[in-house]
Ligand binder design. Sequence first.
Ligand code: ATP
Ligand code: MG
Length: 263
Amino acid sequence: MIEFREVCKQFDDDIVLKDVSFRINPGETKIILGASGSGKSTILKLILGLIRPDSGQILIEGRDITKMTERELVAVRSNIGMVFQEGALFDSLSVRENVGYRLTEEGQMNDSEIEAEVLEVLGFVGLEEAIDKMPAELSGGMKRRVGIARALIGTPKIVLYDEPTAGLDPITKRTIVELMIKLRDREGVTSVFVTHDLHAASIIATQYASSDLDGNIAFQRGGDSLCLLNNNFIMLQDGAICFEGSYQELMTSEIPYIRTFTS
Ligand SMILES: Nc1ncnc2c1ncn2[C@@H]1O[C@H](COP(=O)(O)OP(=O)(O)OP(=O)(O)O)[C@@H](O)[C@H]1O
Ligand SMILES: [Mg+2]
């Protein structure tokens, strides 16, 4: 679904990524760890085509986006939802307008079709009743959930999360993490999860969503669920990938730099 081939990116004299290569399979969640400034958000911006690499290739669904025109990139981006830190909502627009923004801009649907989509994704994050509110009326955690709803509108195949749980209380954090698990296990979304939050990452890597006959979702731990194979960790250090592997491999790694994150 996403592939980096020897991607290099430099800002002025600052080499942020050097020869970074990885693949993300359909339905997989790639969790990117690394110190502040290690290039995590840069990777997300490269996937969105907001910035271009100095060298190397970036493939989305098998197509190299590094040579695409801006117009071609717009089409690629319509398949990608992005969850920004702090939600990054438009303050002057209501929740309805924020969440429906992309569909309104694309101009392919009429108002009642957009309304139905907005209600569906707000339902997914449990915030239908907030549809007429303005961002200033929402708590931080609600803004984050609206940000997720906005990323999900138009059912993107890929969702990128930049620190979606940072600065949230444990209960709201849990809600966000469960949404992410549900998207992975019930919707087959491919995602990239950039975080410092090893606890949130560990929940995603060790729990899966199942549904009973009535459609109620429950979160279960461990076992041999295939969903849990759909996680893969990367750690960045000095512009390169210093670790790639499963949660188990991450937690048992003896590499000193990794131990500073996991111990
Ligand atoms: N547009 C830009 N122009 C110049 N330098 C940039 C630009 N974007 C990022 N950088 C630099 O690239 C490096 C990596 O930034 P990036 O935002 O990817 O880090 P990060 O891993 O997301 O960090 P954090 O955990 O703090 O969010 C930093 O040194 C940053 O200053
Ligand atoms: Mg960042």
